[in-house]
Design a protein around this ligand. Structure first.
Ligand code: NAG
Ligand code: NAG
Ligand code: NAG
Ligand code: NAG
Ligand code: NAG
Ligand code: NAG
Ligand code: NAG
Length: 575
């Protein structure tokens, strides 16, 4: 146990422990940088009147192509170079040079080419952006620097308010050269300007005849983040909108890195809707459904809150069971990118005449994400999973389950994911006070295709296998459709047919229906993912408590520190 926070002393100590580059190598690197390409970015006068932190990304697209046209991992023609920067003001000048796999938090990291000077010679269309981070103190004392999105879909690079340069056509000669770019503008606010309801958080939309938007200030989230946070649904079908500083969606649960989104939705927004609209405020009348991320959310919402919701129809959900996190056997592998037989683990696939074609590997996607944000702040898929499923690391950011550069899995970090491994959670609470074996029986309907683009069929099968081993084949209703990819409604049903299926479930489980939902399967005692437990287990205090003190020793008359036990992968460099 240690009782110190990351003070100057800890940081100074860690700099010694984590320094990867011997002096000579560092000097050679500096010489090499001076000899190669570098990019100087300056901030125009009047643009930034106060000291600003954030992540700069410089995009190099082929000449005449808009660099933002395509930044997708599969198809982007761009080279992306990112670096975290602190304290920019008008007139600041920063130089991006070099690039390394070992100092991704403090130096340049490029994708698909790590180092700036390795950018091939040629003519490029170049644009720089800076995603601006706010530094906040959460209610548990953690200090984090993140971007709060603004109803803009949380894009990694050009979110509203980001600084940007003009697109310049530049020639890269292939030798020593410095390119200059100027931040001269900020990314405009979309259809809103911050003067509307509350703030720009979640955006501000106009009602139509059939669509009503409700936005409330969440006390649970605002207290946690020390900042006003709002959320949105749509009526008659309710869609929840819950953007976060790590992704455009919170996964609808309470998590140590994002905060009490489960509370905000279930205890603030739903009661508000029930009060405001003519709803049937009973579990049998609340049907969860969704696909992909929504597939996971709808399943988790029922599984954690069988006292609030009646049933879930979940389609091609994100991994329900981490024996397969997409295609990664997370509990049984040592590396998330490479299999034991040496082949790269795929992440996105297509089928051509039934033959699988890999479009991107897990390594490619993670490296692409890393160019756009360190410490899981890219707003992209693998990073939000780290934020939702993982606890907070000692650096106050998500405790990452593997080394983002090399893929080396940290089993101690993965162990914390088990409370969000839904079959593990159900099996662990099968009997006992939560009694989930009885409570959730016949209430989970899953659908996935055998050709799911992201291998999500594998996690569904793992889930099915584990809960069926306890409850029998009919405990959960799983449909696997042969040859179907990712997408579509539940069971690929047309929308109205699906709505009728859901409505029938409600009718059947109403108090006067064929099989009423019994009071003893909607008890408060069956709740899980309680905020107080989540933050106690995964927040700041827990991160501090699990570190072991460094040991000070005297050696040759000097006092030296030996490392204690630290969170895996957590590098205590200045962010
Ligand atoms: C910064 O200050 C200048 C000069 O006072 C002003 O013209 C400009 O609008 C300010 N910019 C911002 C972003 O506040
Ligand atoms: C970074 O690691 C990749 C392999 O993951 C390697 O191909 C590349 O050369 C490395 N680059 C640097 C600059 O270390
Ligand atoms: C850039 O374009 C010009 C004009 O087409 C061409 O002459 C030059 O070779 C190109 N530069 C590189 C490095 O390819
Ligand atoms: C902000 O937007 C609202 C409508 O969305 C508009 O009425 C108002 O004039 C705008 N304010 C500014 C300063 O543009
Ligand atoms: C490695 O294992 C995977 C999964 O079992 C298999 O698809 C792949 O063909 C194997 N690759 C090699 C090189 O053996
Ligand atoms: C797929 O099958 C069709 C019909 O047999 C054929 O025309 C097409 O060329 C095949 N495509 C590929 C990529 O093999
Ligand atoms: C599973 O649910 C579907 C409705 O989505 C239903 O058609 C099917 O009969 C159910 N299967 C079983 C075994 O109950």
């Amino acid at each position: 146990m240690v009782n110190f926070s990351p003070s100057a002393r800890t940081l100074a100590l860690s700099a010694v422990l984590w320094s990867h580059l011997p002096f000579l190598e560092a000097r050679q690197l500096a010489e090499r940088n001076a000899a190669g390409l570098q990019v100087e970015v300056s901030v125009a006068e009047g643009l930034l009147n106060h000291s600003t932190d954030g992540r700069v990304d410089v995009l190099f697209a082929p000449a005449r192509v808009d660099p933002l046209d395509d930044i997708d991992v599969i198809s982007s023609p761009d080279y992306i170079y990112g670096e975290n920067l602190l304290g920019l003001v008008s007139g600041s000048k920063v130089t991006l040079s070099g690039g390394s796999n070992f100092t991704t938090r403090t130096g340049v990291y490029g994708w698909p080419v790590v180092e700036v000077q390795d950018l091939p010679a040629g003519n490029y269309s170049v644009q720089a952006f800076m995603n601006i981070y706010e530094t906040l103190t959460r209610s548990d004392g953690s200090v984090v620097s993140v971007r709060f999105p603004c109803g803009d879909g949380a894009p990694p690079i050009d979110g509203v308010g980001s600084l940007k340069s003009e697109v310049s056509t530049l020639e890269v000669l292939g030798g020593q050269q410095t390119l200059g770019l100027i931040f001269s503008d900020t990314e405009a606010y979309l259809d809103f300007n911050g003067t509307e309801i509350g703030s720009c958080s979640q955006g501000n939309y106009e009602d139509t005849e059939y669509l009503k938007y409700v936005k409330i200030r969440s006390n649970a989230l605002s207290d946690f983040w020390g900042r006003d946070i709002s959320r949105y649904p749509k009526i008659i079908l309710v869609t929840f909108r819950h953007e976060t500083p790590f992704y455009d969606d919170s996964y609808g649960v309470n998590t140590a890195n994002l905060g009490p989104y489960g509370e905000a939705i279930n205890e603030e927004l739903i009661p508000y809707l029930d009060k405001t609209f003519n709803t049937i405020a009973k579990p049998f009348a609340r049907v969860q459904e969704g696909g992909s991320t929504g597939g996971w959310i709808s399943a988790a919402s029922l599984i954690f809150r069988p006292d609030l919701f009646g049933v879930t129809f979940s389609s091609y959900p994100d991994s329900l069971d981490f024996h397969r996190h997409q295609d990664i056997p997370l509990y049984d592998s040592t590396n998330a990118y490479v299999r034991l037989n040496g082949s790269m683990i795929p992440s996105i696939r297509d089928f051509l005449n039934d033959t699988q074609v890999v479009l991107a590997t897990v390594a490619q996607e993670n490296h692409w994400e890393l160019s756009q944000g360190t410490s899981s702040r890219s707003f992209l898929q693998w990073d939000i999973w780290n934020a939702v499923f993982g606890v907070q690391g000692y650096n106050s950011y998500p405790l990452e389950p593997w080394n983002k550069v090399t893929g080396e899995i940290y089993p101690a970090a993965v162990d914390y994911w088990k409370s969000f491994d839904l079959s593990n959670y159900i099996a662990s609470n099968w009997d006992g006070p939560k009694d989930l074996g009885r409570v959730l029986e016949n209430r989970i309907f899953l659908y996935v295709g055998t050709h799911d683009d992201y291998f999500l069929n594998e996690g569904v099968l793992q889930f099915q296998q584990r809960v069926s081993a306890k409850g029998g084949a009919d405990w959960v209703n799983v449909t696997v459709l042969e040859g179907q990819p990712h997408g579509g409604n539940y069971q690929r049903l047309p929308t109205w047919e699906f709505l009728e299926l859901a409505l029938q479930w409600v009718k059947d489980h109403a108090p006067d229906g064929k099989t009423p939902l019994a009071a003893d399967v909607t008890r408060v005692e069956s709740r899980g993912n309680e905020w107080s437990e989540v933050i106690a287990r995964g927040g700041r205090a827990a991160a501090v408590a699990r570190q072991a003190s460094p040991v000070l020793r005297s050696r040759f008359g000097n006092t030296v520190a030996e490392v204690g036990r630290w969170d895996p992968g957590v590098v205590l460099e200045a962010e």
